[in-house]
Design a protein around this ligand. Sequence first.
Ligand code: GDP
Length: 698
Amino acid sequence: MPRQYPLHLVRNIGIMAHIDAGKTTTTERILFFSGKIRKIGETHEGTAVMDSMVQEQERGITIGSAATTVSWKDQYTNNDYRINIIDTPGHVDFTAEVERSLRVLDGAVAVFCAKGGVEPQSETVWRQASNYGVPRIAFVNKMDVPGANFYNVVNMMKERLNANALPVQLPIGKSETFKGIIDVIEKKAYVWKDSTGLNYEETAIPADMEGEVEKAHQDVVDFIADFCADDEDIINQYFEEGDLSVETIKTNLRKAVCQNKVNPVFCGTAYKNKGVQLLLNAICQYLPSPLDVDAMVGFDPDDEEKEIATKTDDDAPFAALCFKIVADPFVGKLSYLRVYSGTLKVGTTVYNSSRGKRERIAKILQMHSDQRAEIEETYAGEIVAVVGLKESRTGDTLCNEKHALVLESMTFPEPVIKIAIEPKTKAGEEKMMAALLKMADEDPTFKTYHDAETGQTIIAGMGELHLEIIVDRLLREFKVEANVGKPQVSYRETITRSATSDMKYARQSGGKGQYGHVIMTIEPLEAGSGFVFEDKTRDNDVPKEYLPAIKAGIEEASKSGAMSGFQTIDFKATVTGGSWHPVDSSEMAFKIAGSMAFKEAEAKASPVLLEPMMKVEVMVPDDYVGDVMGNISARRGNLTGVENVNGTQVVRAFVPLAEMFGYATDLRSKTQGRGNFTMQFSHFAQVNEALSKKLLNK
Ligand code: GDP
């Protein structure tokens, strides 16, 4: 079967928002309008009808679904579009997941609250999207609430986000009088026929808004003329008529959005159903198709330095990124894929280049809001879920084995916090292990393992909240009640000077002996560099075939450092010499020698303790700023600034994770429940000797 939707009519989008701005409601309404009411103008009178329809639809939707596919007929071009909505996790705790979702989408709708505007947390989300160069349009939601102020949000976008916010719609009325929207480009006004918000009709632009509309239209025209400064025809028209055709504006506005030069601003109220159809049109008209964005680049599995670009073309070799794995009650494991190039057919075998394994595609599913459809094949630019993958995990690349490439490097931040966990009943044990392993499968920043020393099961992740959510899911999704211990910090250590060692591992017992001899220098590296290995042996003092074993020995030994027993990071190990024996030398012997040499050198290299530092933002009313700052200092935090954002004080600081336990409760009681905070792992910081002893004794 050929593809149903030509590539240029496909949109892969995310809906991003600060908590409470209306991301869920907007998504629901998009699903509702695109599912049930295809033609504007059909009449469904009465709120009750709407409510029951929404509820009916909602039952079938999993808003938590990693991706949902809808269709929409854009009123301007009259084309049928396919829109894949990709869930973007709201919590900064799950950095890897947030970043991956930003990678697989081509554009986004940023939802802002018409009253709150750009809140501190929306800045974080926006900045992340900017880092990934994601083209964005903005939707000013909640135009119906008291205090709604469209222009205020536009200005905040400019000031706080450095966005090139360009209003292309204007609200007619606001708060309880919000009754319509003006399209600034076409200079058309639309008002809703009744309070359901389901149907709207075109009317004349209100007389008292004519000047405002002219000005907004001129701003758009000026922007387009500036953007098209190299196009003689457009510039001539601009100077002769002072205006541009709707077609010229729309075509070039789309280009400017795709190049991240502008963020058109739309408005409405999702809750009251108003403005959502026009927003859907805008998604089709202005956000990029997979053809409009740069091709995804990966690298050769055998050579990380060699880049390989994908091609957004159904006939190119197959390549896809697995961006989410979900344990599904019906089919087992659902793996969500973004296809970057080629075609994928059901029943075929693909190559997981991240793990060097072959996988069979048992089913391909298109996830709609209310049902899932089995399909035979899927194409470049699409988002689908597949069933049948056994070994593949989040972040893995699936491709054609003959044209192998890896799309994502496999480095995820190592967990910084761990908790012992046990099921409340003996019977829950097996269920709990299975559930934890499933969740670790879905989330590469979450780990679970058995601690041989204490006999406990450990869960480890990126923050207290991260693990709280895991425990909560255990109960709600997997029906396992569990007790957890006290959270513990995962420290690291590093070295502060160079040192050398010379270690020989030799055993002679009866027949074949063991012989490995390694001379090594280790030296400190900059924070974040990880482990670097170099071979500077000469004249075959150590045969090359034993070097990987030496490296493996160092890696293993570095997992429990000489000073704290925690992992040693950010160092370089250079093997400068050694010796070998033609009969007794083996990989095992050199691995042990490498491990011994590292231990010896590290102990001499003045190791120090490193502790995870969290980037913390606390939002509080004025009265509490002093208390909050004092409390952060008492927790060994470094304050980096206080800022008044929108009437709320935002206190920013770096605070050791070890000092952040119980902060939520503390903040709540100190601020009568009016304080709020976010935190995410930032970096590792060196700890002085006295404090190291105290921390390690805890
Ligand atoms: P999310 O946290 O961003 O997903 O926000 P939700 O969609 O859950 O919305 C947060 C709250 O705001 C909910 O109580 C919604 O009913 C309400 N809400 C969302 N959109 C609107 C709107 O346009 N107008 C009004 N009055 N309330 C809204």
